[in-house]
Design a protein around this ligand. Sequence first.
Ligand SMILES: [Zn+2]
Length: 104
Amino acid sequence: MTVDRFVTFSLSDIQAVCFQCEDAECGARLIVPPDNLDIGVLDECPSCRRDWWRKAEGAKGMGLPTGATPMVAFLKALPRIRLAEDNGLLGFTLLLQFDDPSCK
Ligand SMILES: [Zn+2]
């Protein structure tokens, strides 16, 4: 018999959103509340000042590369989805499923 163990979280379980710098020598983390995020704080790493949106690689429209657009959309949608769930405006709850870390 095989038993798969996992944990599920809803968006309302999110305590903070953490952004980690991809610079190999930096790795700094910026941790912010999920419902009150100013996208502007993501312009550069607060530690090494690396350009987090990599504007120089393909500025378009908002001055952001194509890969940034869905990230911005997700970050802006997150508090709105949480509010909709909290107010019972949806007939379902979005759950995210992960392997149980205690089983690794
Ligand atoms: Zn950095």
